[in-house]
Design a protein around this ligand. Structure first.
Ligand code: CP
Length: 290
């Protein structure tokens, strides 16, 4: 809640920009538009310096390990590194590093693991809309098994007292999601939903055979937010999607900018959520170091 309130204060212009300036590197081993550019924007708004490291032309392409790359950045004076990596839990082996060289690490998405900064901007968007989490009913729909957004959100939303339900293809439902909520049919109780959170079909994580068999039109009919389903939603209900969106697949093209859509608001909130994350983790490290 402190991070959400700090993000909202940055958005409203009521939070002070910390005087202490930092140096950060944004290291994206997987493609990104929103996360990378909104971290960059957050860093600019904080007055921080950025070191540009392009993985494809860095020494990781010559075989240097992620650990040595990060320690190199720490050694040359980078305070924090924002990392997106295709490997789930890329950070696990680094947690016990005792070299003293490791900069602060911020996870910008690990494989099918977690996407904490997306989760924070989603929480911020929901909180701005409803002013609370308890008693909300949020349905997360689609490619659950490959979605780091679904995993981060399912866990935190349940902890915040939200009633979470899941819908989508059975083959894309991870059984361990039972601990966060109930699997239902997409059309069940649509009028009782406060937030429809649609997920992207992650073609890049499907096997070649599964991707070849995928039929966009039948997926949209069975598991997509169609105009007919949209019309059954309650007046206060909103729709969210982490994006990028496969228009006409997980959500009808015309609904992406519809009155209930908060998709572009999520992107705008991402800058302020990431300002809150960057200041919080660097201040915490500074306090521990001192
Ligand atoms: N939502 C999200 O992570 O988008 P990008 O992959 O464009 O960063």
């Amino acid at each position: 809640m402190q991070l959400i309130e700090q993000a909202i204060a940055f958005k409203q212009g009521t939070a002070e920009i910390p005087e202490q300036k930092r140096t950060v590197a944004n290291l994206f081993f997987e493609n990104s538009t929103r996360t990378k550019s909104s971290f960059q924007m957050a860093e600019l708004k904080l007055g921080w310096s950025q070191i540009v490291v392009d993985p494809s032309s860095s020494s990781t392409a010559k075989g240097e390990s992620l650990s040595d790359t990060l320690k190199t950045l720490g050694a040359i004076g980078v305070d924090a590194v924002v990392v997106r990596h295709r490997q789930t839990n890329w950070y696990e082996p680094l947690l016990h590093d005792e070299s003293g060289l490791m900069p602060i690490l911020i996870n910008a998405g690990d494989g099918s693991g977690q996407h904490p900064s997306q989760s924070l901007l989603d929480l911020m968007t929901i909180y701005e809309e409803f002013g609370h989490f308890e008693e909300l009913h949020i349905r997360i729909v689609g490619d659950l098994s490959h979605s780091r957004v679904a995993r981060s959100n399912a866990e935190i939303l349940q902890r915040l007292g939200v009633s979470v339900s899941f819908a989508g293809p059975a083959s894309w439902y991870p059984e361990d999601f039972n601990q966060f909520g109930q699997r239902v049919e997409l059309d069940d109780d649509l009028s009782a939903i406060d937030v429809m959170m649609m997920l992207r079909v992650q073609h890049e994580r499907l096997s070649e055979a599964a991707d070849e068999q995928f039929d966009a039109a039948s997926y949209h009919e069975a598991y997509g937010l169609t105009v007919a389903r949209y019309e059954r939603l309650a007046p206060q209900a909103i729709i969210m999607h982490p994006a990028p969106v496969n228009r006409g697949v997980e959500i009808a093209d015309s609904l992406v900018e519809s009155p209930k859509s908060r998709i572009f608001k999520q992107m705008a909130n991402g800058v302020f959520a990431r300002m809150a994350i960057l200041t919080s983790v660097t201040e915490a490290k500074h306090a521990v170091t001192n």
